[in-house]
Design a protein around this ligand. Structure first.
Ligand SMILES: [Zn+2]
Length: 335
């Protein structure tokens, strides 16, 4: 595959975190408007925002979000950030993207949760108007937070379901807060019929992936650890679960330590559906084009494989059947 063609071909992305995907230049503009100090040297700034290839673990990776989050505490900053992510999606011909964020991380200066959500949706909408990239957002609850606070986020996902919030996710510390910690919260998600994707198997064990499915997840963020529990493969197939793989991020966070252990082929050969994502464009210093090019370099995937991976993403997207049909057609016509 050729990079230029991969970049031009229509793509779909379902797993992209807002706070991990803001371009350093955009963050600089936001910081300037809010009188927040950032290192003047671009390289120094990048060091603070981009996780090294040799992160020790997931926590080491998650530290890269601290500076960004201090900058994303106002409506204008959140709107600019969301718009920035859509402009990056447009640059590499992403036709549909689901951007996720945790509203509770943006209330440090007193912004209310609904205002956080409205601001992000406004930025996505502005991006859609300007670039024609269709997008929706997913709300994340942070695993370390009080269950009652996470339940509030679930309620907000319901409140904003006709305004562009199309699903719910749990992000953050998986090791200390495995899926069944949230049985009651996820019961509420199910009761409200909110589409559910869960980070699972990013660290911890394959059991977390199976538990996420038992608790109602239709998609799994990362899912890597299930590679060592093939006894759960039939469950994933039977429930038609989509695994949102994020190759660069998964190697950075030491979910796997060597490429040979990366289960891309294993999942495909087992008949498990996967799609490809960036996770965090800035923190992982990547684009969706880069991710597909890596799969080409590592596994020799073809354009036909790439098309299939994007059809998988459409099938798993939290959108209507009619919207899916349109995207499938656009993909088929362009590959
Ligand atoms: Zn993620």
């Amino acid at each position: 595959m050729k990079r230029e063609r991969v970049k031009k071909l229509p793509k779909i992305e379902l797993h992209c975190h807002l706070d991990g995907s803001i371009r350093p230049e955009t963050l600089r503009k936001i910081a300037l408007q809010h009188n927040i100090y950032l290192p003047s040297e671009q390289d120094q700034l990048k060091n603070l925002l981009v996780a090294p290839q040799d992160c020790q673990n997931l926590s080491d990776y998650l530290e890269r979000f601290d500076l960004v989050l201090t900058c994303l505490q106002t409506e204008s900053a959140l709107k600019a950030a969301a718009f920035d992510v859509i402009s990056q999606a447009a640059e590499e011909n992403i036709y549909y993207i689901e951007v996720r964020f945790a509203p509770s991380l943006h209330t440090k200066k007193g912004l209310s949760l609904p205002k956080v959500i409205t601001a992000v949706l406004a930025g996505l909408e502005q991006g859609q108007q300007q670039f024609g990239v269709k997008s929706n957002a997913l709300l994340c609850g942070m695993r370390h937070e009080e269950l009652s606070d996470i339940a509030k986020i679930v309620q907000l996902a319901d409140t904003f379901k006709t305004d562009g919030i199309v699903g719910f996710d749990l992000a953050g510390n998986e090791l200390d807060f495995p899926p069944y910690t949230f049985e009651e919260t996820l019961g509420l998600v199910e009761q409200l019929k909110i589409p559910l994707t869960l980070h699972a198997g990013e660290c911890g064990c394959g059991q977390n992936v199976a538990d996420a499915v038992y608790l109602g997840a239709k998609r799994i963020g990362h899912g890597i650890a299930v590679k060592d529990s093939p006894n759960y493969f039939p469950l994933l197939k039977e429930k038609d679960i989509l695994i949102e793989m994020c190759p660069t991020s998964n190697l950075q966070t030491k979910t796997v330590t060597t490429l040979a252990d990366y289960p891309f082929r294993l999942f495909l050969d087992a008949g498990i559906k996967v799609c490809i994502n960036t996770d965090n464009r800035t923190v992982s210093n990547t684009t969706l084009t880069d991710e597909f090019m890596k799969l080409y370099e590592w596994y020799g995937i073809t354009y036909a494989d790439m098309e299939q991976l994007n059809h998988n993403a459409i099938n798993g997207a939290f959108i209507s059947d009619e919207e899916k049909r349109t995207l499938h057609e656009q993909l088929t016509n362009n590959y």
